[in-house]
Design a protein around this ligand. Structure first.
Ligand code: TXD
Length: 316
């Protein structure tokens, strides 16, 4: 009898998103999970809680919590959710500096302990932090990927399902560009059971849905008052991990290193990719309208400005 490989997944950052990624990973039996954080006791406590939940939920994956990076040794996938959210009074550059330093430090640890892993970055500002990790890790670009498009398209799918009163399982969507106000939703590739929403909804309704998707993160922040979304972000990262560890080759919008696709190069931005066991296997080039292509280039400009900010701070 052949026994399948047991995968090991590191969730670096055991905050709201990190712990939710861990929860979905064990529920889906994607592998054993190591939760890591700088705060003593936090990853250990959450790991114990998740282990006990397994007795009821019926998963057998092992969850451990640690403050010691040596415990991520030989992980197959490292998901990085460590970082600060932008707080009132904090400039974009302040956030770049704080999270940039965190990503640099974590990258060093990953190089030391899990040099063969596929790294999924979740920390904001997403595309810039993914580029930073890519540079600091020195891994081939296909092994460093950012999570944003999966979340943005999940939001778009949810709003289409609500708008049409259909089951969200029948809705597919594609959102490209950078994570934030400059994301580029693609209505012509957003479908309900294969039918583009352009055939099902009036233009004004589509525009309203697209606008709500664009502001999807902010809507939740305003409702929660403290903190930001974590269920859908956690589910989105887990979906990417699923495609990697099971080599499912799902076609997902992810932040990937472009080398000329869409006439963009040497940066990370949201594009459709085929995600498998070695990470980004291919970036697909879809026909876009001129406005969508311009939107993608505007996104890229934003990312470039962030990268320039990191250079200004001498973090790159
Ligand atoms: O679509 C997306 N990419 C995103 C991104 C969707 C949701 C959240 N997004 C970003 O993820 C968010 O803007 C933050 O930058 C991260 C994490 O969000 P989360 O909501 O989980 O933040 P928390 O709950 O504050 O958790 C962050 C944890 C916290 O426990 C810190 O102690 C820890 O990060 N932290 C560290 N862990 C390890 N190593 C270092 N250096 C470190 N610094 C902080």
């Amino acid at each position: 009898m052949s026994v399948g490989k047991r995968f090991k997944i590191a969730c670096i950052g055991a905050g709201n998103v990190g712990a939710t990624v861990a929860q979905f990973c064990v529920e889906m039996e994607l592998g054993d999970v190591v939760l890591t954080d700088v705060v003593e006791g936090l990853p250990q406590g959450k790991a114990l809680d998740l282990t006990q939940a397994g007795a009821i939920r019926g998963y057998g994956s092992v969850v451990t919590g640690t403050n010691d990076y040596a415990d991520i040794a030989d992980c197959d996938v490292c998901v990085v959710t460590a970082g600060l959210p932008r707080r009132p009074g904090m400039t974009r550059l302040d956030l770049l500096e704080k999270n940039g330093k965190i990503i640099a430090e974590i990258s060093q640890q990953i190089v030391q302990y899990a040099p063969n892993s596929v790294v999924v970055i979740v920390t904001n500002p997403l595309d810039v932090m993914t580029f930073m990790a890519f540079r600091k890790l020195g891994f081939p670009p296909e092994r460093v990927v950012g999570m944003a498009g999966c979340l943005d398209s999940a939001r778009l799918r949810a709003f289409v399902a609500i708008g049409l009163g259909v089951n969200v399982k029948t809705v597919d969507a594609m959102v490209l560009g950078s994570h934030g106000d400059d994301m580029v939703p693609l209505p012509q590739y957003t479908t309900v059971s294969g039918i583009p929403i352009t055939q099902l909804l009036r233009e004004q309704h589509i525009e309203a849905i697209v606008e709500r998707t664009r502001k999807g993160g902010g809507e939740i922040v305003a409702l929660l008052k403290t903190g930001s979304a974590y269920y859908a972000p956690g589910a989105s990262a887990a979906r990417m991990i699923q495609s990697i560890v099971r080599d499912e080759k799902q076609l997902l919008p992810c932040s990937a290193y472009v080398t000329g696709q869409y006439d963009l190069r040497d940066l990370y931005v949201g594009v459709p990719v085929r995600l498998g066991k070695d990470g980004v296997e291919e970036i697909l080039e879809l026909p876009l309208t001129n406005a969508q292509l311009a939107g993608l280039h505007k996104s890229a400009e934003e990312v470039r400005a962030g990268i320039a900010g990191l250079r200004e701070l001498r973090l790159l």
